[in-house]
Write a protein that binds this ligand. Structure first.
Ligand code: ATP
Ligand code: MN
Length: 147
């Protein structure tokens, strides 16, 4: 029923809780996972302030963020492969909800697995803004894993 999963992750703790549910979906017939991380364009300007030093004075902040994300994705990919999944992963630079909606268009995707919250994880918020938008706009079934 849920053969191919879209798993968008911001590498937050909540998102890692969601990762553990993928294992259980394997047991009910899931075979393949697309792991997606979006570097938020909106955050890029702040990253320039934090990461700009002698070593990346040529402005390679984007490259550094991509490299960091790829390392995280490799780790996740290894885990998922150990659990027996076929895995592909991708890093995009842009607006998270747009990129997630884009990935959802892949006709093979049968379910989306997300965390209710992410990196901000504000106590009073019922949902993060990305998860809220996914629930509003995505057409496919969604498994929202709580913090
Ligand atoms: P907010 O971003 O609104 O301050 P938050 O960080 O607590 O709140 P969200 O960003 O909505 O919460 O995160 C909820 C879930 O959405 C995450 O667990 C993850 O599955 C997904 N997600 C969030 N940001 C990204 C991203 N940049 N790339 C991929 N998936 C993401
Ligand atoms: Mn967030």
């Amino acid at each position: 029923m849920f053969r191919k999963i879209l798993y968008p992750t911001d590498f937050s703790d909540v998102s890692k809780i969601a990762l553990n549910y993928l294992k259980q979906l394997k047991e009910s017939g899931a075979e393949e996972i697309l792991v997606l991380h979006v570097i938020d364009k909106k955050d890029l300007q702040f990253s320039y302030l934090y990461l700009f030093d002698e070593s990346n004075a040529d402005g390679n902040v984007e490259q550094k963020l991509k490299g960091d994300a790829e390392r995280e994705l490799n780790e996740i990919e290894g885990k998922l492969k150990d659990w027996g999944f076929r895995v592909s992963s991708s890093v995009k630079l842009g607006v998270p909800i747009k990129e997630i909606l884009n990935a959802e268009q892949n006709k093979d995707i049968s379910i989306i697995v997300i965390g209710s919250h992410g990196k901000s994880n504000v106590e009073e918020m019922l949902l993060g803004s990305v998860s809220e938008n996914i629930i509003r706009k995505c057409k496919k079934p969604i498994l929202v894993v709580k913090r």
